[in-house]
Design a protein. Structure first.
Length: 76
């Protein structure tokens, strides 16, 4: 799997979980510990950036899911 494809899949998973929680990007950004804004959330969800494992961990905590749930993706 190409890096760009992996980033897009992880981003879509973040977006899916956020939507399932009824959260907007601004809600997620506000709930994440540390300095992150909606622009960063948007980049992650669209696969335009490579988030650190620590950022993904903070997103998982904010979404109340495990890190494994956040990065578990279907392989085609």
């Amino acid at each position: 799997m190409e890096k760009s494809e992996l980033l897009k899949k992880v981003g879509k998973k973040v977006q899916k979980l956020r939507n399932e929680k009824g959260m907007k990007q601004v809600d997620l950004a506000a709930k994440i510990q540390g300095d992150i804004d909606t622009t960063n959330i948007s980049r992650i969800e669209s696969g335009r950036t490579n988030p650190t494992i620590y950022t993904l961990y903070r997103i998982a905590i904010a979404l109340e899911v495990s890190l494994t749930d956040l990065i578990q993706i279907e392989q085609d």
